[in-house]
Design a binder for this molecule. Structure first.
Ligand code: HEC
Length: 163
């Protein structure tokens, strides 16, 4: 290797190190002042991978936001699934996904093509994976009430009245 090349590689290395340190420093600073993002998942990597495949296969993001992302070409007033695991239990989710008619459990105010489709035809294993993963999507306590309110208003189209 020529001397000039060594120097270039050394410079690239230096820039990479500095930018990583700088980003780390920024992240550390943000978490100090800002309460941060309230949504997190307790799922193992294995569960996230399996669920991720099913979420893509069944286009859940065509209608739902999951970790803020949805399919931008769609504009369906479906509830966001961020924090859903703090609002519903795994058992509830499994039963909901197994229902032939999910609207018997959660009534819909939407036209049929925008409603939650039945997942009852999926293999039991897939419904269990989806329920377990959805149950792992938690929200921090300080944002729980806000999440509950948003879910209620999306679902009913009415203003939320805390009990
Ligand atoms: C065609 C749009 C659409 C698709 C695709 C879709 N959903 Fe839904 N989903 C909805 C709507 C709308 C609701 C609210 C109930 C209703 O109106 O039927 C809902 C409700 C839910 C709820 C219950 C929320 C609550 O607590 O009330 C969960 C959980 C859920 N969906 C998960 C999923 C998962 C997982 C997938 C992918 C396998 C998926 N959805 C695919 C539209 C959709």
């Amino acid at each position: 290797m020529k001397k000039g090349e060594k120097l270039i590689f050394a410079l690239i290395g230096l820039i990479a190190v500095v930018s990583v340190v700088y980003q780390g420093w920024q992240v550390a600073n943000v978490t100090e002042e800002d309460p941060g993002i309230p949504y997190y998942s307790t799922a193992s990597n294995e569960l996230s991978d399996k669920a991720g495949k099913l979420i893509r296969k069944h286009s859940c993001r065509e209608c739902h936001k999951i970790f803020f992302l949805n399919d931008l070409t769609q504009n369906v007033p479906s509830p966001s699934l961020d924090g859903i695991g703090s609002l519903r239990t795994e058992e509830w989710l499994y039963n909901y996904f197994s229902a032939e008619n999910p609207q018997e459990i959660v009534p819909s105010r939407l036209k049929q093509r925008f409603q939650m489709p039945s997942l009852a035809h999926l293999p039991e294993e897939d419904r269990r994976v989806l329920a377990a993963y959805m149950a792992s999507l938690k929200v921090e306590d300080w944002y729980l009430e806000e999440t509950r309110k948003a879910a209620y208003e999306k679902r009913t189209g009415k203003e939320y009245q805390p009990e």
